[in-house]
Design a protein around this ligand. Structure first.
Ligand SMILES: NC(=O)c1ccc[n+]([C@@H]2O[C@H](COP(=O)([O-])OP(=O)(O)OC[C@H]3O[C@@H](n4cnc5c(N)ncnc54)[C@H](O)[C@@H]3O)[C@@H](O)[C@H]2O)c1
Ligand SMILES: C[C@@H](O)[C@H](N)C(=O)O
Length: 375
């Protein structure tokens, strides 16, 4: 007991003044008798208990890493920081190529103790929080979406604040709703989304910014548009059609679209999205005038995308069978995204517009299916 009391005293003394200048705070303790969930001051990562000066590179944990975006991000970060400095995690079993490409670990974000153990044992300094249920799948299981997207986020925020991590949480065009300005949608405006996904993402933006101002958490957030990738499948979103069209066009020459032909949404090729994520994580604190930024590349309708694909594959037949849930969601989302703050503050610039996107996707999927046919 005296040891615990002494440790508790040391821990209390270590509490510093939060960024807002208000009194030092201890975040609620979760089952830890002598280690208060303390958080330290300043809006920079420089106070970290394991700071970048102690290690050559950040030590990164990616949650929900087996979805559409995580594997690609791990590849990019491993190139930059070294294979063993980036740990992918998920609750699913990784395919063998992913398992053998670098460290993988089981992590359920609803298990706070397990998360904390991973962060401590691996001396994590950056946390990229990708676990989520996306918009369409969230509407089919609201209770699970609420647990993963909201309760899970609370665990992540507390772990990150307690261990002085730099935390990236993606938000989305889905964080806006029918009463937001839709063409274009600025960073700061009314946000009244009508999906559990959108509500949970607005909550994440606000909680992250609150922890930043109150406790000095180095929280960074980008609102991604719909992301289009060739080698990874989307996980139940409203923008999935813009990935599926390429696979169906190459394999069957036919595509049935579940959104109306004139549904305009902001979109981005995955390489731009992952690069933006790395860039905002590496941006010097003083360049960030905000903690949540819109980023964008292009904006198109299913009809415009189909026309561009048909320039390469003129025989492609496109029909429309509208999914009412997805259509209602899409109709409430931004048509165009104003990302001027990201461009001005930390130099965001996309590489892929619609023609390059289509060419790249067709090259990738075409060469993949040629390899499959040859085998
Ligand atoms: N893909 C897009 O178009 C897009 C656009 C905007 C924002 N985002 C955001 O980017 C992030 C990654 O998106 P994605 O497309 O890779 O999503 P995804 O649905 O493909 O993958 C999410 C992953 O989370 C995992 N997961 C679910 N419950 C979990 C739990 N309890 N613990 C740990 N992991 C769990 C799933 O197994 C899955 O692998 C998400 O937060 C998403 O909201 C994605
Ligand atoms: C836009 C994004 O957040 C995701 N692709 C979805 O449609 O749900």
């Amino acid at each position: 007991m005296p040891v615990l009391r002494a440790l508790s005293k040391v821990a209390k003394q270590a509490l510093l003044t939060p960024a807002c200048g208000c009194q030092s705070l201890t975040v609620a303790i979760r089952n830890i008798s002598f280690s208060p969930r303390q958080v330290t001051s300043g809006s920079d990562a420089s106070f970290h208990s394991v700071s970048f000066s102690e290690t050559d590179h950040p030590k990164v944990l990616i949650t929900g890493g087996l979805g559409q975006l995580g594997v690609g991000l791990a590849k990019l970060l491993r190139k930059r920081f070294g294979k063993n400095n980036v740990i992918l995690s998920d609750i699913r079993k990784p395919p063998s190529n992913v398992f053998h490409s670098g460290p993988f670990i089981y992590s359920d974000i609803l298990d706070y103790k397990n998360l904390r153990e991973i962060v401590v044992n691996n001396r994590i300094t950056w946390l990229v929080h990708y676990s989520a249920l996306l918009s369409a799948v969230g509407e089919s299981n609201v209770a699970l979406a609420r647990a993963v997207n909201i309760t899970g986020l609370h665990n992540i925020l507390d772990i990150a604040a307690e261990h002085g991590l730099r935390l990236f949480v993606p938000s989305t065009i889905g964080a806006f709703g029918p009463t937001s300005p839709r063409n274009p949608t600025p960073d700061l405006c009314v946000q009244r989304p009508r999906t559990i996904y959108g509500v949970s993402k607005v909550h994440a933006e606000l909680m992250g910014e609150y922890y930043h101002h109150r406790y000095g958490l180095d929280f960074r957030c980008l609102r991604y548009p719909g992301i289009i990738s060739a080698d990874s499948q989307p996980g139940g979103g409203t923008t999935d059609y813009a990935v599926q069209i390429f696979h169906d066009a190459v394999k069957n020459g036919k595509f049935e679209c579940n959104l109306k032909p004139d549904t305009r949404l902001p979109m981005m090729y995955i390489d731009d999205c992952l690069r933006a994520t790395l860039e905002v994580m590496e941006a010097p604190t003083e360049t960030l005038s905000m903690r949540t930024y819109n980023i964008n590349a292009m904006s198109f309708t299913p009809e415009e995308l189909a026309n561009e694909v048909q320039k390469q594959l003129p025989d492609l037949q496109v029909t429309y069978e509208i999914d009412s849930v997805r259509q209602a969601i899409a109709d409430s989302w931004p048509m165009n995204f104003d990302d001027s703050n990201a461009r001005n503050d930390w130099g965001w610039k996309h590489d892929y517009d619609l023609p390059e996107l289509v060419q790249t996707m067709l090259n990738f999927i075409g060469s993949d299916s040629r390899i499959a046919q040859a085998n």
